[in-house]
Design a protein around this ligand. Sequence first.
Ligand SMILES: [Zn+2]
Length: 524
Amino acid sequence: MLVNDLVFKGYSDDGYKLYKCPLCGGEVKVHESVFYGRCDTCLATLIDYKPCAHQVNFHKSKAKFRLNIGGYGTGKTTMDAAEIAMHVFDVPNGRTLITAQSLQQVREAVLPELEKFLPPWFFAKNPTKTPLPKYTMTNGHEIIVYASDDEEKIRSLNLTAFWIVEASGVDYKIFTQLQTRLRNRAAVVKNREGYEIEHKFIGIVESNPEEGWIRDEFLLRSGKIFASKNVDVSSYDKLKTKKPEDSYHSFLSATVDNKYLPKTFISDMCVGKSEKWIRKYIYCYLEVKEGAVYPEYVDNIVDPFPIPKNWVRIFGFDKGWSDATCLACGAIDPTTGICYIYDEYYESQKPITFHARRIKEMIDGCIMYKGIQADPSVHNKSDRDGVSYQQYFYQVSNIWLEEGNNAIMDGIDRVRDFMYMGKLKFFASCVNMKEEAGDYTWKVAKDGTQEDIPVDRKNHLMDALRYLCMGLPFDFKDCYNVDRPTLADNKDTLINRLKPDTDVSDLIGTSEGGAFGLGMYSLN
Ligand SMILES: [Zn+2]
């Protein structure tokens, strides 16, 4: 259907684009308002839609799920309509759902665009418009339209394709529900021996640049991110989460990509808008969340490298049960004085001994500037037996958790300032840290104003990071000007994990390694 080598012959007097039929040499007339036409000689149908440079990858992609995200006026609806139309003609007897928060939105903005790709001579019957729009094609493919809040209806569908329009207004659970509805056998391609060789299922998610599940659950999990040259995606790769989905591809475009917009369209739209707004809605910038506590985080992500053994370390610790217990690990470059957060521990619903053993493995052999800087509540005595978390942790690991400074605003100020000054960098491999930092936002009051307190959710590494930073001196190089007890080399590195009143000389020579060694218990 889609022909790239159409020969344009000019315009007819009555406003049609004239092409030479690539099949028979006859003439094809395409009206200005649509993308289809028919040859006057052989009756072949031709589509004269020509994707822009940034749209080509979208149409070429083989990913089952594709996110099409772009600023206002990027032409994303046309792209999606073209892709859906190709699916409709490619999959006889298939079924495609178009959904959005409101049906009116689909009727007014989407269907007219889609109809530009649907020649009326391929309608098996006249399309229905009310109560729910429906198209039945001569090849048996049906296009249906439901509002996204109609979960009952959506749950019973058997689809070959779906298209979610303005997905920021649609619940994430509708997307996951629709993923499971792509099971109509019409999209399965078999070879001559009857083996399934290919699937033609497709789910298109279309959105303006908005936060929420579109960014967190799709964009940052995409196996591949494509962008037009006007969109800066340099930091998305660093922001990506643990398990990228190969079946997810994202496509980002900016309003300035669209050369067909009226000259003043962009400048008119930007009147009275903030720089932030323009970056987001015109340039499709979604890297930093609105109200982020640490907007500088993304600029301080670095590629991991091996930390030299002689670099001084500092650790921050936060405890939890159903929430994660975590450790942030920092190492200070003696030359530049930069502190690199190079590793993290992040486990929930495990007993103390489990945490203690893993953490011991992580800090073993490290030169520590101070003891582990922990949530000061580790000091609280248990009501039951009067033993604190701190004491218990020490008993099972010989690691003393030092009470850190929990002044929250001071801590945040310090972390932010260290980032701003370029003194605090984060390894891209610290995925939980990355995720928490990306989600760490200021609380918004009921009247919409921002409060001076972060949202208290998924902030465990954020807390550990605060304790760590509050434990650092202003000039990080000072971490190297510390008088260390003159113990044997390997023991020196362990001094800061001990309880402050421990008589170190007692421990030297302890058989099986004692407090310093690994002989206390099996690490398995
Ligand atoms: Zn022809």
